[in-house]
Structure formats: structure tokens, C-alpha cells
Design a protein around this ligand. Structure first.
Ligand SMILES: Nc1nc2c(ncn2[C@@H]2O[C@H](COP(=O)(O)OP(=O)(O)OP(=O)(O)O)[C@@H](O)[C@H]2O)c(=O)[nH]1
Ligand SMILES: [Mg+2]
Length: 302
């Protein structure tokens, strides 16, 4: 599909546009990265009530090599969202969480979406926490809106005190390193504008779970317009893939390396497949409850 004009241009140019017209004109994509979330993905999708389904143009679940039955669970969950077309994508290789973001961002750019909402597939965040910010509309003037588990108004359920404390310490460390107040290094609910992603500055960022930290630091260094918003965050039956000690050491090193030279840090290629594409295959398309299993590349290769 051809890329539309600059996101928002027609909307801004319209004489006396009403709020309804503005909402209807933009196309917002929901991207759900998924890895072994068979138990959680039905709940994640069930949180999309009818009004919320109607707000979005499309929802994609991007599976990265799950070893459970998550793909089928996602198809079933999507088929219940009769007001929101959806697709399940399966990555053609193991790209990890960061690589799945690269897939979804490319999908959004290739198909002319205006914004991408990232919602983790393990049901720790709740998409409904975004609703007041969509209603308010300030995101239209921003490059990204980042969910925070650790700011005033955030509600943590079942998240250990040790990890909460560790996150506060890291938030302070990164605030100092980046000279900008940081409220979360990367949560499971964020919104990015497609126009901001268009230069694809993120392609060299790590494919691992630290991808979000690089996005945040790049956002600060590029003087992008962004803000944090408070989340509710659950820890119930999720299996964390974060190895605490290793990830903490790695995170500390990132802060130091960025503080030493932000330019060198951001210019370095951290990806695990430099120069190689991040391709993905659509394995199911779901619309109005109907499931089509025709397989197709998720977007043309560049
Ligand atoms: N680890 C991992 N997660 C992936 C991958 N692809 C998608 N994800 C999803 O990315 C999310 C992040 O993984 P988690 O292990 O929960 O990490 P986290 O939420 O940052 O940290 P926790 O606080 O430990 O939950 C989950 O919803 C996964 O389902 C992948 O290849 N590897
Ligand atoms: Mg998680």
C-alpha cells in the first residue's frame, strides 16, 4: 500500500475540523509483541472493548518464535474483536523483542499508519490506561508517549519491592546520564508517531529487551517531544524473561557508555543482524470474526 501524505497534513488543512473528523482521519496501529504468552494473550485482547476497538485502524500480534500455542490463542482472541481488523505475524527468524519492534515499525511505515501503540503481550499493562491520553489528544503534537510504572499515579500490583527499588535507582541514574527526568526505562505500553519513526534511526538499536532504553535515550538526545504517563502494572502468571543480575549490569553499562559520548553511543550498530532485513510473515488475517490463513510477507522488502 502506498504511503499516505505526511501524517496529519490533510487533517490540519481541513477548515474547522471537528474532533470526530480528526479521530476518524488518523490511522492508529496497535502492535503486540508476543513470546510464550498463550495464557495471557486472550486477556490482553479481551481488554479491547467495542469503543476502544473502534478507535484503532488495525491490531497486529507479532510472534517471535513462541514455543507454546500463542499464535492460535492470538487468532482466537482477535476473532472476538469484531470491530477491529487484526493480523498475526510470525517473524522469519529470532529477532527478540527489539527486532519485533523493528518489524512493527516497518509494517506501520509501509502501510501508512499515523501512530503505533506498543502493548506487551504478557498482560502486565492495560491498554485502557492510554484512553484518557487519546481523549485528550496531546499525543498528536508529540513524537512519543511513554508509559511509566514508577511515577505519581502509577499502580503496581504484585511487582516486588526489590525490583521497584532497582528501577527507581536506574531511573535516577539515567536521569543524570541523560540530563532529563526519566520515569521508566521501558514499559509495556507506549505510543510513537509514524512521522518520528520514518527516518528509521532505530535500526541499529539492540534486538534485545534493552531496545526501549536506546529508544528513550535517542528520544532525549534528538530533542524529540515526548512525555510519560502513569500505568497500572500487574505481575500475576507472567514469566519474566529478564535475568535480573545480568540485565542490571548491562543496564548500568548502557548509562555509562551513553554518558561518556551520546553521539558515539547512538551511532554504534548494536543490532544482532547488521544490514540484514527484519522480515515477518502474516499467518492469519482476522476481520469481523472471519479468519483467513493465507500466508504473505508482512511488508515489501526494502
Ligand atoms: N524476552 C522476549 N520477550 C518477547 C519477545 N518477543 C516478544 N516479547 C514480549 O515482550 C514482552 C517483554 O518481556 P518480559 O520478559 O515480560 O520483560 P519486561 O516486561 O520488560 O520485564 P518484566 O518486568 O520482567 O516483565 C513480553 O510481553 C513478551 O511476550 C522475545 O523474543 N523475547
Ligand atoms: Mg513483561
Amino acid at each position: 500500500m502506498a504511503r499516505r501524505g505526511p501524517p496529519g497534513s490533510s487533517r490540519v488543512a481541513a477548515p474547522h475540523p471537528s474532533k470526530e473528523i480528526l479521530v476518524a482521519a488518523e490511522r492508529m496501529l496497535v502492535f503486540i509483541p508476543m513470546y510464550n504468552c498463550e495464557r495471557q494473550i486472550p486477556r490482553v485482547l479481551a481488554r479491547f472493548g467495542e469503543a476502544l476497538q473502534r478507535r484503532f485502524a488495525e491490531i497486529i500480534v507479532v510472534d517471535n518464535g513462541s514455543r507454546d500455542n500463542g499464535v492460535e490463542a492470538a487468532v482466537t482472541g482477535l476473532s472476538k474483536l469484531v470491530h477491529l481488523p487484526g493480523k498475526v505475524l510470525v517473524n522469519d527468524d529470532n529477532y527478540n523483542l527489539g527486532g519485533s519492534h523493528k518489524v512493527a515499525f516497518e509494517y506501520a511505515l509501509a502501510h501508512g499508519f499515523d501512530q503505533v501503540v506498543v502493548l506487551h503481550g504478557d498482560d502486565q499493562a492495560d491498554i485502557n490506561d492510554l484512553v484518557p491520553h487519546l481523549d485528550e489528544g496531546a499525543y498528536r503534537a508529540q513524537d512519543s508517549l511513554l508509559g511509566s510504572r514508577f511515577m505519581r499515579g502509577s499502580r503496581l500490583q504484585g511487582y516486588s519491592h526489590v525490583r521497584t527499588l532497582g528501577n527507581h535507582v536506574f531511573n535516577l541514574l539515567f536521569s543524570a546520564a541523560a540530563r532529563h527526568r526519566v520515569h521508566d526505562l521501558g514499559s509495556g505500553l507506549n505510543l510513537y508517531s509514524a512521522r518520528y519513526l520514518e527516518p528509521r534511526f532505530y535500526l541499529g538499536f539492540p534486538d534485545s529487551l534493552t531496545f526501549n532504553i536506546h529508544m528513550l535515550l535517542a528520544g532525549i538526545h534528538r530533542r524529540s517531544r515526548f512525555g510519560f504517563f502513569p500505568l497500572s502494572w500487574r505481575e500475576e502468571d507472567q514469566v519474566s524473561n529478564v535475568r535480573m543480575v545480568r540485565q542490571s549490569l548491562q543496564t548500568g553499562r548502557i548509562a555509562l557508555e551513553f554518558a561518556r559520548s551520546p553521539e558515539a553511543f547512538l551511532a554504534k550498530d548494536w543490532s544482532s543482524r547488521p544490514g540484514r532485513p527484519y522480515t515477518s510473515t502474516v499467518v492469519a488475517q482476522v476481520s469481523g470474526g472471519h479468519v483467513d490463513r493465507t500466508r504473505a510477507p508482512a511488508f515489501p522488502s526494502r
